[in-house]
Design a protein around this ligand. Structure first.
Ligand SMILES: *Cc1c(COP(=O)(O)O)cnc(C)c1O
Length: 407
């Protein structure tokens, strides 16, 4: 008989060491709380990295999964099915786009968007139009194409020859962009609010000028809304905050409340270039994920729900400003909706990960973005009382930062 008793140690024994998970073993979640194998409770300001948009163990999500699992979990794209098409209609009706392609993750959504942009340019303008422009510190996923397009070399170095004709430019620097974009540029990919890179917003002016120059040079503008989409910033998609409309939009993370699902949205004119057989996915857009996705879109696109996200944003910022004042540790508070970044003063920046560890010890999970920005991305339906409880822990940890430094 083999021993199947698992503990946190099992991770080090059998898992490839790409991650360094927290020291506890998570066994269940409820709402905005997580529980470990010893039944310790934690407030979850991470929501599975902006995925569990309605928290854990959500009653309706559970019931949809149960109901749909009795009908059809997967059938492949050899067949049309009712649930995938329902979600496709909802997403096209609620956005400025008319064509959709489903995948399982953010990286796959960007992979498909970049391939679509290259194919569109190839067919409409010719093979010389192949340059992809992206921005420093951007993150677009871990497939080899998407990671090479992403603006962090450390993630793409050391895996052999990279795909060609990818240019990285400083973010929010319109002069640099103006001097690079040309008729050779086929696509520009940008996160309207950089997530992994440090919760850094693109300025409205930058996006407007990028949009104008893309149109001038017939380059497609791709918005990576894998993290900022699905209500995370207080609108269904972040592009809805401004007048700038991308040609292609990618999304994933929160779209099916924790089931794997992603999507690429575009126009009829561009979408037609993903012709029969030019791209595909075995699992992409399964009826199970899409059944949940439909419920999520209905719930989150409700203006009352989105208004509450905005209100909670304001509450977070007000409380974080008070923490900044009381502790003297915080330099800057950024972000939109329930995607917040807290920058530490320079002196404390080396302790960002020690802060995250200490918060976990005291019962609060938070994230890091960039090198030293604390990132907060709780479930969108988190209760005010739980926000207070969590920020109380953060304040306690920051107020006692000297004890972390001494260690
Ligand atoms: C998380 C993320 C991705 C990658 O998504 P995966 O589902 O991990 O492949 C891509 N782009 C952005 C902006 C992200 O935040």
């Amino acid at each position: 008989m083999h021993n199947l008793q698992v503990s946190r140690q099992t991770f080090d024994d059998v898992m490839m060491p790409v991650y360094a998970p927290h020291s506890m073993l998570i066994t269940k979640g409820k709402g905005s709380y997580l529980f470990d194998s010893e039944n310790n409770r934690y407030i979850d300001f991470t929501s599975g990295i902006a995925v569990n948009c309605l928290g854990h163990n959500h009653k309706q999500v559970r019931s949809i999964i149960k109901k749909q699992s009795k009908k059809l979990i997967h059938v492949s794209n050899l067949f049309a099915n009712d649930k995938t098409l329902t979600l496709a209609l909802k997403l096209t009706q609620k956005t400025d786009f008319s064509k959709i392609f489903f995948v399982n993750s953010g990286a796959e959504a960007n992979e498909a968007a970049l391939k679509l942009a290259r194919r569109y340019a190839f067919e409409v303008y010719g093979p010389q139009k192949d340059e992809i422009i992206s921005f420093d510190h951007s993150f677009h996923g871990r497939t080899f194409f998407s990671v090479c397009v992403g603006g962090q070399d450390k993630y793409s170095d050391g895996f052999g020859p990279k795909p060609a004709s990818i240019t990285h430019l400083p973010f929010n620097d319109i002069e640099a962009f103006k001097s690079q974009i040309s008729d050779k540029t086929c696509a520009v990919i940008v996160e309207p609010l950089q997530g992994e890179g440090g919760i850094i917003p693109a300025t409205d002016e930058f996006l407007e000028q990028v949009r104008a120059l893309c149109s001038k040079h017939n380059a497609l503008l791709i918005f990576d809304e894998v993290q900022t989409g699905i209500g995370r910033t207080g609108k269904l998609f972040a592009y809805m905050h401004s007048s700038v409309k991308p040609d292609i939009l990618t999304t994933a993370k929160g779209i099916a409340a924790g089931l794997p699902l992603g999507a690429v949205l575009t126009t009829d004119e561009i979408g037609v270039h993903f012709s029969k057989g030019s791209h595909g996915s075995t699992f992409g857009g399964s009826p199970l994920s899409c059944a949940v996705g439909s419920y999520i879109i209905d719930t989150i696109s409700n203006p009352v729900f989105l208004h509450k996200v905005e209100k909670k944003h304001k509450f977070f910022v007000k409380y974080l400003k008070a923490i900044a004042k009381n502790t003297g540790v915080i330099d800057d508070i950024r972000g939109k909706g329930l995607l917040l970044g807290v920058d530490l003063k320079e002196k404390y920046q080396p302790y960002a990960s020690a802060i995250v560890q200490q918060c976990a010890k005291e019962g609060l999970f938070i994230l890091i973005a960039g090198h030293h920005t604390l990132r907060i991305a709780p479930p969108l339906n988190i209760k005010k009382s739980v926000i207070c409880e969590g920020l109380g822990i953060l304040e306690h940890v920051l107020a006692n930062i000297d004890s972390l430094i001494e260690k």
